[in-house]
Design a protein around this ligand. Structure first.
Ligand code: ATP
Ligand code: MG
Length: 357
C-alpha cells in the first residue's frame, strides 16, 4: 500500500481549525479507499513560533519539507505581528524556497451556494486563475532611504525574468489545453507599464505558437475585473502576474460566494520540490476559536492535493462529497449565511466519503 507523506502547517488563526479538519478528510478517505495511506507530520510554524523564536519558521525549516509528497497549509497572519513579516517569514519563504512558481486557483459556484452574481448561471463561472508566484511585483526588490524625513523615498521593483515569464505562460497554456474550452486570457497592463509588461505580452505570443489549438487573447487587468462581473462565461483559464492575479482571485472567490470556499495550489510543475495546497482565506482572527470557520476551502485544497498526487478518482470522490454537503443549507457556515459549525461540515463530508466507498 502506498503511503503519502504530507506536511501539515496550520499556521495562525482559523488555520489551526481548518487544517485538522482537512486531516480528518484524508483519514476518512484513506479508511474508505484502503489502497493508500497518509503519514502527516505537523509543523507548528507561525505567529506563536515567532513569539518564542523571533522567526516564523526555523531558518533551515525548508529541509524538513523536502521529502514530503505534498504540503497542506492553513494561513499566516497575526494581529500582533506586521503582515509583511508573517507573509515573507513563512508562506512566501516556502513558495519561493520550493520554487512553487505556479499558483493555481480554480473557481466555480458550488451547488447550494448563493453567489452575488444573480443573473449568472452557476455553470457560467468556471475559471482557473494561474498566478505567477515567485517574482514580479512581489520579488521583494526595493528599498527605503531617509526613513521619516521629508526627503524619504521608497521603491518596490517589479522584477520579471524571461525564464520566469516563459515558464508561467507555458504552464498556463498547457493547463488551458487540458480544459474543454482550450481558452486562455493573458492579463496585462502593458499600456501603462511599458517594460516588463510588454515583455510579458511578447513572451505570451511566443509561447502561444507551441499551442496552436489554444485560443488566446490579451486583456487589461482593469478591464478584466469588469468582465469577470459582466461576462463571466467569456473567461476560462486566466494567467496573470503575482499582484494582478492576487487581486483577481479574491474577486473570483467573492463572486463564487465566499472567501471560505476557495482553494489554491502552489505548484512546482517539475516536481523537483513538493507543492503546497491551502485555502485562499487568511487567519480571520475575528472568528478564531468559535468553531465556525468554513472548512470547505481546505477540503477543496485537499482535492487539488489528491489530483497532484495522481489520485484522480479519490479527488473526484472528495469533490462530490463536498458538493453534496454545500447543497444542503443546513450545513452552511456563518460566512454563507448559515449556522453550521466547522465540525458539522467536516463530519458531513466524512460521512459522505464513507457512504460512497
Ligand atoms: P489575513 O490578514 O491573513 O488575510 P484576514 O483576517 O484578513 O486574514 P481574510 O481571509 O482576508 O482574513 O478574510 C476576511 C474575513 O472573511 C475574515 O475576517 C472572516 O470574517 C471571513 N472569513 C475568511 N475566511 C473564512 C472562513 N474560512 N470561514 C468563515 N469566514 C471566513
Ligand atoms: Mg485579508
Amino acid at each position: 500500500m502506498k503511503t503519502y507523506r504530507i506536511a501539515t502547517i496550520p499556521g495562525d488563526g482559523i488555520g489551526k481549525e481548518v487544517i485538522p479538519a482537512g486531516e480528518r478528510i484524508l483519514e476518512a478517505l484513506a479508511t474508505s479507499e484502503n489502497t493508500f495511506a497518509f503519514e502527516c507530520e505537523n509543523f507548528d510554524w507561525g505567529g506563536d513560533y515567532y513569539r518564542r523564536h523571533g522567526v516564523m519558521m526555523p531558518t533551515d525549516g525548508l529541509k524538513a519539507l523536502l521529502d514530503k509528497d505534498a504540503i497542506l497549509f492553513g494561513s499566516a497572519g497575526d494581529p500582533h505581528i506586521p503582515d509583511h513579516v508573517t507573509l515573507w517569514g513563512l508562506r512566501l519563504k516556502i513558495c519561493q524556497g520550493l520554487d512553487q512558481y505556479a499558483n493555481v486557483r480554480p473557481t466555480r459556484i458550488l451547488p447550494g451556494i448563493d453567489a452575488p452574481l444573480k443573473r449568472c448561471a452557476a455553470h457560467d463561472l468556471n475559471w482557473v486563475i494561474v498566478r505567477e508566484n515567485t517574482e514580479g511585483e512581489y520579488s521583494g526588490v526595493g528599498g527605503r532611504m531617509h526613513q521619516g524625513h521629508p526627503i524619504e523615498v521608497a521603491t518596490d521593483l517589479s522584477l520579471m525574468t524571461r525564464a520566469g515569464v516563459e515558464r508561467i505562460h507555458r504552464y498556463a497554456f498547457r493547463l488551458a489545453q487540458s480544459r474543454p474550452r482550450k481558452l486562455l486570457t493573458v492579463i496585462t497592463k502593458s499600456n501603462a507599464q511599458r517594460h516588463a509588461m510588454v515583455m510579458w505580452d511578447e513572451i505570451a505570443a511566443e509561447i502561444a505558437k507551441e499551442f496552436p489549438d489554444v485560443k488566446w487573447e490579451k486583456e487589461l487587468v482593469d478591464a478584466a475585473t469588469a468582465r469577470m462581473v459582466n461576462r463571466p462565461a467569456s473567461l476560462d483559464t486566466i494567467v496573470a502576474t503575482n499582484l494582478h492575479a492576487d487581486i483577481l482571485s479574491d474577486l473570483a472567490a467573492a463572486l463564487a460566494g465566499s472567501m471560505g470556499i476557495a482553494p489554491t495550489g502552489n505548484i512546482n510543475p517539475e516536481r523537483a520540490y513538493p507543492s503546497m495546497f491551502e485555502p485562499i482565506h487568511g487567519s480571520a482572527f475575528d472568528i478564531m476559536g468559535k468553531g465556525i470557520a468554513n472548512p470547505v476551502g481546505t477540503f477543496w485544497s485537499v482535492v487539488m492535493l489528491l489530483e497532484h498526487l495522481g489520485e484522480l478518482e479519490a479527488a473526484a470522490r472528495v469533490m462530490l462529497a463536498i458538493e453534496h454537503v454545500t447543497a444542503d443549507p443546513a450545513l452552511h457556515t456563518a460566512d454563507l449565511g448559515g449556522n453550521a459549525t466547522t465540525a458539522m461540515v467536516t463530519e458531513a463530508v466524512c460521512a459522505q466519503i464513507a457512504s460512497t466507498a
